[in-house]
Design a protein around this ligand. Structure first.
Ligand code: AAO
Length: 495
């Protein structure tokens, strides 16, 4: 009896273990973008007009469920749930469902930022979908949740005490008890509803603040992905959990990596330090778990995220953002060229005040991005994903596929290069002097267009042309004063 139960349990865990680590991308595509605070109709159009054609595999969207309306409309109001009704400043349920359908048709998968650790804090009495709540008495009638569904009122004060981190309130947000069966049912219903609408997975907000056992019980009840949206039968939602683990605290990401991937904050921290010149580029030759990262298929990697780009969460001074464009593009190119992890590109709105919300038409309604002739955005939107140096590296990642990292070279300092098998080659110069070297590219002989400085157009290249000889070598020059400190060529950019 005991043995059978144990075996069933092991079989179940094995099933769980195999299921939630694949992002469920369409074959041949790779790379996710976070379209932070975009409206659903705009994302649908972006999937069709840009993300699909340029090879992006997925889009992470801002929270979809009703949130508290906060005066002055900061971006962070969306992390204060009022109900699981799908109405926010980004649009309503019908618009969201249509977006997911149109993105899937364009080959782009949707990942929802799901917030179920907590509900709104005091002050969050009115929701974006018209519901009301009284966080003071822990009453959220539109779910409904009452005081019985929450942990006692206490604040998180000690990151070295797991019970304090998981049973108390993160910055005053009413802390749901995921051990309570009513609460679990509401969360499972919410997630399964999104799966029915065709999403491919979830970013689990504040996962560190929930007990791993409760999360396992919730994940174990998730539906398979909707085959009506082109997912293979039996596919499970991809789960990436927000667990900030830079070391030195009681809670470890390893408590979560058995159930899904984690947002690898060490990747963001380390890549920022390296490309800011606080660490040598040559040390990148063992980039991966030797740097303390979780395993590659458990690591959702990024240069910056919506929190740490503005000093929230684990936002240290070393995080690179769009405000430091040369180093930011270099770090992004390295992340996208390197085989480690599941990369996510950040797409921001411009800000000077960290609380500032997205561009609006009238102080309330989110404005749509505007597009310039060079594909970049205006109207307050930064759209890093539309920077040539970034979207062309998504193209690079798709072109090299699973090819191994080979032909590592460095100058002992801050000039490095490597190939991905015989399909792609990149070089970086972060030294304070020019780079001019004959390097092994691993590529077949021919002329290639550098996709960082330009674009291949038929048989011509608007940027640097790189000539690879019959021995696979090419002369690579990156002057210190150049706009970009990278060159990248690949098999689809052969002239
Ligand atoms: C807002 C106001 C608050 C107000 C509250 C309620 O800003 O003043 O009290 O409403 O009225 C977002 C915003 C919050 C906002 C909230 C709700 O960022 O400012 O509060 O919406 O509207 C922790 C969590 C992590 C969380 C992060 C921000 O662990 O889960 O804080 N991120 C997610 C979302 C985020 C969202 C929420 C969660 C809430 O991505 O957008 O908040 O849904 C240590 C810990 C980390 C901890 C940080 C911050 O980090 O390790 O786990 O993150 O502290 O407290 C070094 C260390 C590093 C350390 C860091 C900072 O880097 O190495 O470990 O220093 O000390």
């Amino acid at each position: 009896m005991f043995l059978t139960k144990g075996l069933i349990c092991i079989a179940f865990l094995a099933l769980l273990a195999n299921a939630q680590f694949s992002p469920n991308y369409v074959n041949g595509r790779n790379g996710m973008v976070h379209l932070f605070e975009w409206k659903w109709d705009d994302i649908a159009a972006e999937c069709e007009n840009f993300l699909g054609p340029y090879g992006f595999a997925g889009v992470q969207v801002s929270p979809v469920n009703e949130n508290a309306v906060i005066n002055s409309r900061p971006w962070w109001e969306r992390y204060q749930p009022i109900s699981y009704k799908l109405t926010t400043r980004s649009g309503n349920e019908q618009q969201f469902a249509s977006m997911v359908r149109r993105c899937n048709n364009a080959g782009v998968r949707t990942y929802v930022d799901v917030v179920f650790n907590h509900m709104a804090a005091n002050g969050g009495t009115r929701g974006t979908g018209g519901s009301t709540a009284d966080p003071g008495s822990k009453s959220f009638p539109a779910v409904p949740f009452s005081a019985l569904d929450f942990n006692p009122t206490c604040g998180i004060t000690n990151y070295n005490d797991p019970a304090n981190v998981r049973n108390c309130e993160l910055v005053g947000l009413r802390d749901l008890n995921q051990g309570n069966s009513w609460v679990r049912d509401r969360i499972v219903d919410f997630l399964n509803h999104l799966t029915d609408l065709g999403v491919a997975g979830f970013r689990v907000d504040a996962a560190k603040h929930m007990w791993p056992g409760d999360l396992a019980a919730i994940y174990g009840r998730l539906k398979n992905l909707n085959t009506g949206h082109g997912f293979s039968s039996g596919a499970k939602p991809y789960i990436f959990q927000e667990v900030i683990d830079l070391g030195g605290e009681a809670i470890k990401k390893s408590e979560y990596t058995g159930m899904g991937a984690v947002t690898e904050f060490r990747h963001s921290d380390s890549i920022g330090k390296v490309f800011r010149g606080k660490d040598k580029l040559r040390y990148l030759n063992n980039w991966g778990t030797s740097w303390g990262f979780a395993a590659s298929d458990r690591s959702l990697v990024f240069v910056d995220n919506h929190d740490n780009q503005r000093g929230h969460g684990a936002g240290g001074a070393d995080v690179l953002t769009y405000k430091v464009p040369k180093q930011y593009k270099m770090a992004s190119a390295f992340m996208l060229a390197h085989p480690f992890g599941t990369p996510r590109v950040m797409s921001s709105f411009a800000f000077s005040n960290p609380d500032q919300g997205p561009p609006t038409t009238d102080g309330q309604n989110i404005a749509s991005p505007r597009f310039n002739s060079d594909k970049s955005c205006s109207g307050g939107w930064v759209c890093e994903h539309r920077w040539r140096q970034i979207y062309n590296m998504v193209g690079f990642r798709n072109a090299v596929g699973t090819a191994q990292l080979q032909n590592w070279w460095d100058n002992g300092s801050n000039q490095i290069s490597f190939s991905r098998g015989n399909r792609g080659f990149v070089a970086f110069n972060n030294d304070n002097y020019d780079m001019n070297s004959s390097l092994q590219t691993g590529l077949p002989a021919g002329s290639y267009c550098d996709v960082i400085s330009g674009q291949k157009n038929g048989s011509s290249c608007s940027g640097k042309t790189i000539v690879v000889g019959s021995d696979g070598r090419a002369n690579i020059s990156i002057r210190k004063a150049e706009e970009d400190g990278v060159v990248a060529i690949h098999i689809n950019a052969k002239l």
